[in-house]
Design a protein around this ligand. Structure first.
Ligand code: BT5
Length: 276
């Protein structure tokens, strides 16, 4: 079970994100749950957040799937009202989630994880968590970011979940607790929201700097040869970090490209595989 009281005690106040968390026993996708909740809210309402004990239709990006381990996994989502200035470019809201994920993981395990642009959480080159950011409209028509996060705290999904369609197998999936570190869902969730609350608060004021600092600290994309798809013709180059707007810079033979959307993979790997 999830100890809501213990979790609330760990939340730093006066936070906004993560307060009033709803825990649901079973849900298709926590992102869909938040989308529905957001549809009833206005920008003045407290951002909703939800944790699923069991998630049956977990989604990854671009139609891929996310499997919540039977035990030792975490699947949660929250809504964040997009500030006026970000309505057309919600990308930074995604980057912030990755930064908070890395900060929470580092604080609780004592070991720095890696972030693969835009926000895969990696441990020893294997995937331990991911972020799915979407958009939804509130009751007043204002857009919200809907941010969903899956983390393998101490368990990994069954190998039988992975097949040809979903190729990332046991060899490239990892739990945060590779070392025997006990991290509870309550601890992790509170650490995440404490970091996220600060970073999103700054972003709401137009300041992406603290999130960029975090991202750059854990960025393992920089310096790697990458192929970018989903932005017109695929192209290959060397990742050169994120710019001040949170876009990935990729140096090709003749120019520096700015990647704000699209799929980035390390060369030599097929889509969905984690880097080595
Ligand atoms: C992601 O997608 O990494 C985003 C995952 C977001 C999941 C959360 S859970 C709560 C919320 N509600 C939802 O419905 N979703 C969000 P992507 O980069 O597309 O990676 C998907 C790939 O990760 C798939 O191809 C799988 O092979 C692999 N995968 C699935 N489950 C995994 C797991 N538990 N650990 C590591 N890799 C996994």
């Amino acid at each position: 079970m999830f100890a809501t009281h213990a979790y609330q005690e760990l939340l730093r106040r006066p936070g906004q994100l993560g307060i009033g968390l709803t825990v649901v026993e079973e849900v298709g996708s926590t992102n869909d749950w938040i989308k529905e909740a957001v549809g009833r809210l206005t920008v003045a309402d407290r951002p909703p957040s939800v944790l699923a004990i069991k998630q049956t239709e977990g989604r990854g990006r671009r139609g891929r799937r996310w499997f919540l381990p039977e035990e030792g996994g975490l699947a949660f989502s929250f809504g964040w009202p997009l500030p006026e200035a970000m309505i057309n470019a919600p990308g930074p809201a995604t980057l912030v989630a990755g930064a908070a994920l890395a900060a929470a993981s580092h604080a609780l395990t004592g070991a720095p994880p890696g972030l693969k642009y835009p926000n895969d959480l990696l441990v020893n080159g294997k995937k331990a968590g991911g972020v799915l950011a979407e958009r939804a409209n509130g009751a007043d028509g204002r857009p919200w970011a809907v941010v969903g996060i899956g983390v393998n705290l101490s368990g990994v999904p069954d190998e039988e979940n992975f097949d040809e369609e979903c190729p990332l197998g046991a060899a490239s999936v990892v739990s945060l607790a590779e070392e025997p570190v006990e991290i509870s869902r309550e601890q992790y969730l509170a650490a995440f929201f404490n970091a996220a609350d600060y970073l999103y608060g700054r972003l709401a004021k137009g300041d992406l700097t603290p999130a960029l600092d975090h991202f750059r600290r854990y960025d393992i994309t920089k310096g790697k040869r990458v192929t970018v798809t989903g932005m017109g013709d695929p192209f290959t180059g060397v990742a050169d970090g994120v710019d001040d707007a949170g876009a990935l810079l990729v140096r090709t033979d003749d120019e520096v490209k700015t990647v704000l959307s699209g799929e980035v993979r390390f060369d030599g790997l097929s889509s969905g595989e984690a880097p080595r």
